[in-house]
Design a protein around this ligand. Structure first.
Ligand code: CP3
Length: 358
């Protein structure tokens, strides 16, 4: 430690201890003693201890309360012994922090008071400064002390997914208005995406500079876009985000749902790891993504609702197909479903560790 309690590897350098963790090594496509595993949405709605911790506390308040962020982030690490923690927050936190009037409605998701539909609306999206999210820096630093040897993954929403919430005003099935702007007013679209990209990059840098060992960009809804449109309307912005993280030296993970047809062009965006949903087997995904990438995924989260024997068989198949990839981080193909029995995830974690031991 140096004066002020800031670790010496702080400010853009990776903690050497955690850089050698099984999770980070797999992201870097280095040899590992076993396949590392963590689960998207591992902290949250499927855990009884989470529901107790959140009682009477609104989601965005919880995200801005370091004691709660630390407790909730730690819950799945304690319970499952996963190889990485994911920071407890939400993709709309940086938008709220720069003053966008939005809320998270229970059972619905993010809802925006004044959807962005024109230039004046886009101009509201000012750059994010680290001082806008002091609770994020504080939470990450507190977590590093709790986590010991377990690496922490920071995250942010991808620009398409954030644009969709802002333009539609809330969750959307077909992203109609979002695509209407994308096709109908490309200039405005790119301006909006530029602003969102800058906010996202700044938010990921805050987490990595505070000590997160890796970052994941969740462009959850980008699978709605065709490959040629991804190239024109999204890729320039995601590529800028990943390039803007390069100097930090932390692995960059890029994930979306329904992206089977996009895996090739997503592979060009500059991430170190591409997350794959459950629709494309990992050996096929490796071919689509191309050389020089690790893969993350991809057990269908709904498989966990079936009897253990089914989970085991499907998980072994994911591990087997994952061997084709240059590096493999075991995960689900999307987030843990709320009705998942935590005991299934505990068993799955042990199975992944045992069945992949080298
Ligand atoms: O669901 C829970 O675990 C409880 C806490 C919670 C989160 N987000 C945690 C979260 C709640 C209530 C939300 C609100 C929200 N935000 C929803 C859920 C609406 C509902 O009630 O079901 C949604 C869909 C959003 C928007 C959002 N947040 C997206 C699209 C993503 C990307 C991941 C994904 O699921 O596609 C997030 C990220 C997110 N939300 C994380 C957490 C802890 C981080 C990622 C992770 O833990 O893996």
């Amino acid at each position: 430690m140096v004066p002020g309690g800031v670790p010496a590897w702080h400010a853009g350098r990776v903690n050497p201890q955690l850089a050698d963790s099984v999770f980070v090594r797999a992201c870097r496509r280095e040899p590992v003693p076993h396949t590392p595993v963590w689960y998207m949405r591992q902290a949250g709605r499927s855990l009884p201890e989470y529901r107790r911790a959140r009682e009477g506390v609104e989601m965005l308040t919880a995200c801005a309360t370091p004691d709660l962020v630390v407790e909730i982030t730690m819950q799945p690490v304690r319970r499952y012994g996963v190889d990485a923690a994911i920071f407890f927050s939400d993709i709309v936190v940086p938008l709220k922090a720069i003053g966008v009037d939005l809320d998270i409605k229970p059972g619905v998701g993010p809802v925006v008071a004044t959807p962005i539909r024109d230039r004046a609306g886009a101009a509201v999206l000012r750059p994010l400064e680290p001082g806008d999210v002091p609770y994020v820096t504080e939470s990450v630093e507190a977590l590093l002390k709790e986590l010991g040897g377990t690496p922490l993954i920071g995250f942010a929403g991808g620009p398409f997914t954030l644009a969709s919430y802002l333009i539609e005003g809330g969750p959307s099935k077909n992203h109609d208005r979002t695509k209407a702007m994308m096709y109908g007013d490309p200039e405005l679209w790119h301006e909006l995406m530029d602003r969102l990209g800058a906010i996202t990059l700044a938010f990921l840098r805050v987490q990595a500079e505070a000590g997160a060992s890796a970052v994941q960009l969740f462009d959850s809804w980008v699978g709605a876009v065709a490959p040629q449109d991804y190239r024109t309307y999204v890729l320039p912005h995601t590529a800028k985000i990943f390039a803007g993280l390069a100097d930090l030296g932390v692995p960059r993970i890029h994930f979306g749902v329904g992206t089977g047809e996009l895996l090739g062009v997503m592979g060009e965006a500059g991430a170190d790891v591409v997350g794959v949903d459950w629709r494309v087997p990992l050996d096929e995904a490796a071919l689509r993504v191309g050389a020089g990438k690790a893969l993350q995924g991809n057990l269908d989260p709904a498989v966990l609702l079936a009897p253990w024997e089914v989970v085991e068989e499907r998980a072994r198949e994911v591990l087997e197909r994952g061997r084709v990839a240059e590096g493999h981080v075991f995960n689900l193909g999307h987030g843990v479903l709320p009705s998942t029995d935590p005991d299934q995830l505990a068993r799955l974690t042990d199975l992944v560790h045992e069945a992949s031991a080298r």
